[in-house]
Design a protein around this ligand. Structure first.
Ligand SMILES: Cc1cc2nc3c(=O)[nH]c(=O)nc-3n(C[C@H](O)[C@H](O)[C@H](O)COP(=O)(O)O)c2cc1C
Length: 328
């Protein structure tokens, strides 16, 4: 069981926050394939505070009835702005607030947001304080960290200072990506470090992140590190079946074989339709490309399918590609 305070989940593999990907359609597809809890892509605090009730809020912030429980993630640098944005997100229907202290993108770091907050425990903890004290007590607050800003001992001290201070201030959980901010995505995620974090945290909720691409690896990581949960990220893009496979692996049951072409067709078509309903015909055809590229990896002819998805310009093109590669 995975606990975020009063939010109790039976299944420990959650859909990670994925900028540019974990929008409402992807979250619904993940849920359909077995995810119980999903996280939205990260929002800038200022965006949430400024957005009016137009298309932008409908596309990014609306949570429909079938999309619960789901969490929103916030990024920024100003404690007060975080608190205002967090309350707005709850008004939109999110069930949990997650704070991003992990993003390694250069522009983000330059504005002292995301991973840069790993270098400033007082600011990170003030943000946690402000948000925790301003959102309703029944809404769990979580944080996302990397193992440090870099590999220096000072950076590791800052990690522990933020982690311990955050739990003292009432967070429900911390997700730890086992790479440093400087590392970005180079090298492997350090699961030995994640195991140390869980040992240190005792009964408090820790989720691990990094290099979770197969159900066998996920079950092994949970078993060996002792974490309460894991966040499936790149491994779930274009492969939502990772959730159902992980369920079996964790229950000690045989892992289902990879989805048949008919099953892939069914899910890609549903994903496309969800995207079209939300964004409209024009935008969904291009927006779905990045998913198509990933879905193609499961096809026996990945390159040809990928190329066809990339060239598809409208719904008719998409339906033709699906028919050609997944139905004929
Ligand atoms: C395209 C992309 C977008 C991401 N966006 C976010 C984000 O918005 N918030 C976040 O906390 N992490 C984000 N991450 C990090 C992932 O949630 C995860 O921690 C990381 O990819 C490591 O897991 P993996 O190796 O299993 O992919 C992103 C990663 C990728 C590849």
């Amino acid at each position: 069981m995975l606990h975020f305070d009063n939010l109790r989940l039976q299944f420990p593999a959650i859909q990670a926050a994925l900028s540019g990907y974990s929008d409402a359609p992807m979250r619904k597809i993940s849920r359909l394939c077995g995810a119980e809890f999903t996280l939205c892509e990260v929002f800038l605090d200022k965006f949430v505070v400024d957005v009016s009730r137009g298309n932008k809020s409908r596309f990014y912030l609306a949570v429909d009835e079938s999309d619960h429980p789901t969490g929103a993630q916030l990024m920024g640098s100003e404690p007060e702005m975080f608190a205002t944005a967090a309350n707005r997100l709850i008004g939109f229907g999110f069930d949990l607030i997650d704070l991003n202290f992990a993003c390694p993108v250069k522009k983000v770091l330059g504005r002292r947001r995301g991973g840069m907050l790993m270098t400033s425990p007082p600011t990170a903890l003030e943000i946690i304080d402000r948000v925790r004290n301003s959102i309703p007590p029944n809404i769990p607050l979580a944080i996302k960290l990397r193992k440090g800003y870099d590999d220096s001992p000072q950076s590791e001290d800052q990690f522990w200072e933020i982690l311990d201070g955050a739990f003292q201030r009432g967070i429900a959980a911390a997700t730890v990506h086992g790479r440093t901010v400087k590392q970005r995505y180079d090298g492997a995620s350090d699961w030995d470090f994640i195991a140390r974090v869980k040992q240190h945290a005792g009964s408090r909720t820790i989720l691990g992140s990094g290099d979770l691409f197969t159900a066998e690896t996920i079950a092994q990581r949970i078993r060996e590190s002792g974490v309460d949960g894991v966040a499936l990220a790149r491994g779930a893009i274009g492969n939502p079946w990772l959730f159902s496979q992980t369920r079996n692996a964790l229950n000690g049951e045989p892992i289902p074989s990879p989805p048949t072409l008919a099953e892939q067709y069914e899910i890609i078509l549903r994903h496309y339709n969800l995207s079209e309903t939300l964004y409209g015909a024009h935008r969904s055809a291009s927006d779905m490309r990045k998913f198509g590229v990933n879905y193609a990896k499961l096809h026996p002819e990945p390159l040809a399918v990928r190329n066809d998805f990339v060239r598809a310009k409208n719904r008719d093109d998409w339906m033709n590609v699906l028919k050609k590669w997944y139905r004929d």
